[in-house]
Ligand binder design. Sequence first.
Ligand code: ADP
Ligand code: MG
Length: 270
Amino acid sequence: LHKEDEQESRKAQKEASRLYPQPLQKFSALRNVNVNNALLSNIAEQGYKEPTEVQLATIPMLMPDDGTEPDLLTVAPTGSGKTLAFMIPLINKISKAHQQEVENASHRQVSAIIIAPTKELVTQIVNEGRKLAARTGVSITAFKKGMRLHEDISTAEHEDSASEPEDTIKTPLVKSDILVSTPLSLLNAITPSNSNSPLPLPNITNLILDEADVLLDPLFRTQTLALWSACTNTHLRTSLWSATIGSNIEELTTSTITTRQTTLKIKSKN
Ligand code: ADP
Ligand code: MG
């Protein structure tokens, strides 16, 4: 029995050090964890040297590029650098996945979705993301009306945008790795006009909700949760980022770490 306890405790310690790794002291220390070289130099070129508090806590946690990172809710003040905190691990993960792939870039499909409540935020995220992703082979796109994520879909959006036959208004499938969008426009794009339920997005393995408190407010909640449910991949990793935490998001999480100005909430894998 004693031995079993010991084994249990060692297992728990191992799990804890995986979930709560050493903080990242300097961005240059990412070199030691096999980070994409172009990403590392983009971080330096942008003039980022010391990670902010939220970055030093969350980046090591999200850095495993093998899909073992936890689902995470991060609460940290406005201006504390949350965009970089979710972008760096995401770009690194996708660049690593590309290295394993045999097919070429033109066959790529969206594997990550970032949802933000306003178009202005979407633009900011895309701009910041592209600076970090330069020369990594990872592409980032802002969702535009008419973009499709499914081969055969006729949405209400398409129908009222033109009276022409469907095939003349069809745009090609989105080929970008990361798609950034407000909730409603993306939801419309995956919901067929003759249906109330969105089509599944089985290829999405990362879902990021920025300003998650707003996205889970009554105004956006139904749309956000519908998009979340559409992400059916069993390897889906979700992270939520917010400046405040309300009961609307707290109920989604199981454990908490708090530092000076950052609160991390982790939902353990079952
Ligand atoms: P938040 O989303 O938490 O409100 P942002 O991600 O928008 O904050 O970042 C706010 C500003 O801080 C941005 O202009 C960004 O470029 C800058 N910033 C982020 N991380 C760092 C860093 N490690 N060092 C210096 N400036 C940073
Ligand atoms: Mg932000």
